[in-house]
Design a binder for this molecule. Structure first.
Ligand SMILES: Cc1ncc(COP(=O)(O)O)c(C=O)c1O
Length: 457
């Protein structure tokens, strides 16, 4: 998995021995020298003394779909809980009450992000638990195995839970997707059966960025009297979600995708929808999720949700512009082809796979993993496929189900932008990627621009 090397001292020491790139960046002196050495930024972290003359160098984090740097508001909320709201929220004394207050505040903040009533928010350990719970919690409401519909481009938290349900006698339909990764509402209509208990569809696909037509899909499920679950881990805080109007019964969220801490998430359960608890124990979360809540982490989640809701409109527009600039910049190489839906897509997400025309003279074109490693050496953090699958050389199953050939799908590459991303990061990334592509043997990547022309990026 790609990682950001801030502060490691390795930044800029390109393993390919590419002193030019590093030299260019050093010359840039980090955009007027205004680097922030902050946990929150995820970029612009200077490493003084890393070069021979102590020049500053820069790392660029473009893996926000894997995780986001925690925001200051979340850290402050976490600190508050650790310092003064650390009681057990189930205790009836004042220490417990204070802690319960932090929990309820977070419930309001998270609910507000998606247009839900706070009573409909149930905290979990993250998106994976919320996804598992949605499927298994509905399944446990049934005495006999029923029918489940998912898409063929789900996150493994859904796909593997569906596989498990199959072993328990459930039948599972995996809806196909088109070449840009969209599910067709007609296919959903055709898939529904009298015993369909649940439809679960990913909202924003983490690898290819495609956003599904959840409103149309939810209407079809509801018209048939079927519950509808949405995995909104990648979309919450990135695009408006209003559960007052959307036909959705269950919806999964994750804190660390929205600048909150890792280890918190939530399942939205529409009022009146019956779902079973998975954990045995205490009566927390209205008896639906046993175990003392991780109050500090949840408070951080709430604070992050509040901030991202406030800035969503402006930030979405800004990131869409930067994302499109990246698409245009990398399309010129002829070595990569954009993947996913160009219109219905996550605003911060640009994804590619190999365009085989650019690699005609090579017997074995590079894998996405090769590209990730090379970019990491140049201090740019991206990922190949979803972070959970990185590190394996097998072609992305998501791309295969979208109709890509294995040789194309093995070269999956994902750039996911965030709060800290600036135009200069995008322009620099385009130049570095093109240079990496050329070094890996791509015939069509543009020639390297002379360093002197990059100084004022
Ligand atoms: C679409 C989607 N669903 C679920 C998850 C799992 O979330 P978490 O990391 O909080 O368990 C992820 C994580 O990448 C995701 O992208």
């Amino acid at each position: 998995m790609a990682r950001s090397d801030e502060g490691s001292g390795k930044i800029g020491k390109n393993q390919g021995g590419d002193a030019v790139l590093n030299g260019e960046r050093r010359n840039g002196q980090g955009r007027n020298g205004k680097f922030q050495s902050s946990l929150e930024t995820g970029r612009g972290v200077p490493v003084s003394g890393a070069g021979s003359s102590g020049e500053r160098q820069l790392s660029i984090y473009l893996d926000h779909s894997a995780t986001t740097p925690i925001c200051a508001e979340a850290i402050a909320a976490i600190n508050d809980v650790f310092q003064s709201q650390w009681g057990n929220p189930s205790s009836t004394h004042r220490w417990g009450e204070r802690s319960a207050l932090a929990l309820e505040m977070a419930r309001i903040q998270v609910g507000a992000l998606i247009g839900a009533d706070p009573t409909e928010i149930f905290f979990t350990s993250g998106g994976t638990e919320a996804d598992n719970w949605a499927l298994l919690g509905v399944a446990r409401q049934h005495q006999q195995p029923q029918h489940l519909v998912i898409s063929s481009v789900e996150h493994s938290a859904i796909a593997k839970t569906a596989d498990f349900l199959e072993t328990q006698g459930w039948t599972v339909t995996r809806l196909p997707v088109d070449h840009v990764g969209r599910v067709s509402p007609q296919d959903l209509s055709a898939a529904l059966r009298p015993n369909t208990a649940l439809v679960s569809i990913i909202h924003g696909q983490s690898e290819v960025g495609t956003v599904q037509p959840i409103e149309a899909l939810g209407k079809i499920a509801h018209a048939a009297g079927v519950l509808f679950h949405v995995d909104a881990v990648q979309t919450a805080g990135r695009m408006p979600i209003d559960l007052r109007t959307l036909p959705v019964d269950l919806l999964s969220l994750s804190s660390h995708k929205i600048y909150g801490p890792q280890g918190a998430g939530a399942l939205y359960v529409r009022s009146g929808v019956a779902i079973s608890s998975l954990l045995l124990g205490g009566g927390q979360e209205s008896r639906l999720r046993a175990g003392t809540q991780a109050v500090a982490t949840i408070a951080g989640f709430g604070a992050a949700a509040e901030r991202i809701a406030q800035e969503m409109t402006i930030e979405t527009k800004r990131l869409t512009g930067l994302r499109d600039r990246l698409f245009v910049g990398l399309a010129t190489s002829g070595a990569l082809q954009p993947t996913g839906d160009p219109v219905h897509r996550l605003p911060h997400h640009a994804s590619f796979c190999l365009a085989l025309d650019g690699w005609k003279t090579l017997n074995t074109p590079p894998s996405g993993w090769d590209l990730v490693r090379q970019l990491n050496s140049a201090s740019i953090a991206v990922s190949s496929g979803s972070a959970c699958n990185s590190g394996t050389l097998s072609p992305s199953p998501v791309l295969l189900s979208m109709g890509y050939r294995e040789t194309e799908a093995i070269g999956a590459l994902r750039f996911s932008l965030g709060r800290s991303t600036q135009m200069v990061d995008i322009d620099w990334t385009v130049k570095v990627v093109n240079q990496v592509l050329k070094r890996l043997g791509c015939e069509t990547a543009p020639a390297l621009v002379h360093p002197a022309r990059l100084v004022n990026l």
